[in-house]
Design a protein around this ligand. Structure first.
Ligand code: NI
Length: 186
């Protein structure tokens, strides 16, 4: 098991939808071990594979002293209840924003051996399952904020000392860019 560097906001891998796991092999077990170790080292509640630069649908969690993982998660919501509360992300370190989530979730998936798993979660576990499954779809929790709050969050991110303003922006290039005399260079 190895603690791996956590990718930060601005890294395109965090915006790339992850692929379903097909092979439940030793490599997958190593990934789960690395995710678990890195999450615990960072005192995180959850960590998704893209945060370590791996584009597979896997996340780990550490909620109320229960440590676990889920492969190829599928979420469903048994009711319409919502919860308010602060949320953060190891890829957006030090910043927390009130984020509305569903209160109850049923997360179905597999463990690293390919055996089916079903997690019935409420409150923090439900929040964690939604946050981490979002990561697998290239979605970050700041995307869940209302437009005004998201604007404030983006301002705080750009002002954060860890934010690398020199990183390539995660925007689609206009097709006209190829006709520019400057090509695609920055
Ligand atoms: Ni996160």
């Amino acid at each position: 098991m190895t603690v791996q560097p956590i990718r930060l906001f601005g890294d395109p891998v965090l915006r790339t939808p992850a692929e379903p796991v097909v092979d439940f092999d030793a490599e997958l077990r190593r990934l789960v071990a690395d995710l678990t170790e890195t999450m615990r080292e960072a005192s995180g509640v959850g960590l998704a594979a893209p945060q370590l630069g791996v584009g597979l649908r896997v996340f780990t969690f550490d909620v109320d002293d229960v440590v676990g993982h889920l492969v190829n998660p599928e979420l469903s919501f048994p009711d319409e209840e919502e919860q308010e509360g602060q949320e953060g992300c190891l890829s957006i370190p030090g910043l927390y924003f009130d984020t509305k989530r569903r209160l109850n979730v049923v997360a179905k998936g597999f463990d690293m051996y390919g055996d089916p798993v079903r997690i019935v979660g409420t409150e923090l576990m439900a929040r964690c399952a939604q946050h981490e499954t979002d990561h697998l779809d290239g979605v970050l929790f700041v995307d869940r904020l209302d437009p005004e709050a998201r604007k404030e969050a983006m301002k705080a991110i750009r002002a954060a000392e860890w934010y690398d303003a020199g990183a390539p922006p995660a925007v689609k290039l206009s097709p006209h860019a190829s006709t520019s005399p400057f090509g695609l260079g920055r």
